[in-house]
Design a protein around this ligand. Structure first.
Ligand code: SAM
Length: 281
């Protein structure tokens, strides 16, 4: 550890004191710790953090947010996500803010997209600290306390770079409207490809992806809910008409599953606008 660096212990984490950017990894107490979010050091490579560690990190981020959170980047990324939703012609009636934390992102969605926003998060401490409107605590693997097809859009801001458990991604899929539901998320750096793999495995199809202007290495992905596909990475002409027994998918489902295919975004479908997405009692 360098002479001029000072660390403050928080459970299994270390917080670098001061404004200096530390090295990618440090040795401390006979263990290797890895840098995450500039000032935090975690006991496993960030891509391998389990939900308990993610929760510890997020709660430390919350208590130290004045220092560790770059609000300019945060606001710019959320604005880019909303722009993608608008420019794709989506007009979501009901939105779920997955990993809502203190709920600030949900408030922005209420102002910018729709008043009908519900939030959920596995961190009771985050929800208790800020008491965001219409938000529930959930277990990291789910289930989610919402009826199938409730949401037109799932919004996940600074969440998907964590290793979200597969059953939770499937739950998000279930709670999204079957005729045109979407998920919009940001991600960055080395976490992009592993997260995309997890999303595809949970039957989300990447409809489009854009870089965030002015925030290096950051992307906004718009995902479409797809039903079931055998081989999501094949070209459409390779798998069209190859529906296997029990697949239940149609050619349209297959097209939607192909990353970067020319799938047309679907606007708010009729009949869902009266569904109340408020938190169940
Ligand atoms: C970095 S914070 C972002 C909070 C908020 N979206 C924002 O941008 O300010 C990530 C949030 O995702 C939540 N989270 C991470 N994994 C989760 C999971 N499997 N289920 C539910 N919430 C999760 C964390 O508890 C944390 O509050």
């Amino acid at each position: 550890m360098g002479d001029t660096m000072r660390f403050i212990a928080h459970g299994s984490l270390l917080l670098l004191d001061g404004d200096m950017l530390g090295p990618r990894a440090i040795e401390h107490g006979g263990r290797t710790l890895y840098r995450f979010m500039d000032y935090l050091y975690v006991p496993v490579p960030p891509a391998d953090m389990d939900p308990h560690l993610v929760q510890e990190v997020c709660e430390l981020r919350l208590s130290e947010r004045a220092r560790v959170l770059d609000r300019r980047i945060h606001a710019r990324v959320q604005a880019a996500m909303i722009k993608v939703v608008r420019e794709c012609g989506l007009a979501p009636g009901n939105v779920l803010d997955f990993g809502t934390g203190t709920g600030e992102s949900a408030e922005t969605l209420r102002t910018e997209l729709t008043p009908r926003v519900a939030g959920c998060d596995m961190s009771w401490a985050s929800l208790a600290a800020a008491r965001p409107r219409n938000a529930v605590t959930v277990a990291p693997h789910g289930p989610l306390p919402f009826a199938s097809g409730t949401f037109d859009l799932v919004h996940a801001l600074f969440v998907m770079h964590f290793k979200i458990p597969a059953p939770m991604l499937t739950e998000l899929h279930r709670c999204t409207a079957s005729g045109g539901g979407h998920l919009v998320a940001n991600c960055y750096g080395d976490s992009i490809e592993p997260y995309r793999e997890r999303m595809r495995a949970a039957n989300w199809g990447l409809a489009m992806s854009v870089p965030v202007t002015g925030v290096a290495g950051h992307v906004i992905d718009l995902w479409e809910r797809v039903r079931r596909v055998e081989r999501p990475h094949c070209r459409v002409d390779q798998i069209a008409g190859t529906k296997s027994a029990g697949d239940g998918g149609s050619r349209m489902d297959v097209e939607r599953a192909v990353p970067n295919c020319d799938a047309k975004p679907v606007t708010e479908s009729e009949g869902r606008s009266r569904i109340d997405c408020s938190t169940p009692e």
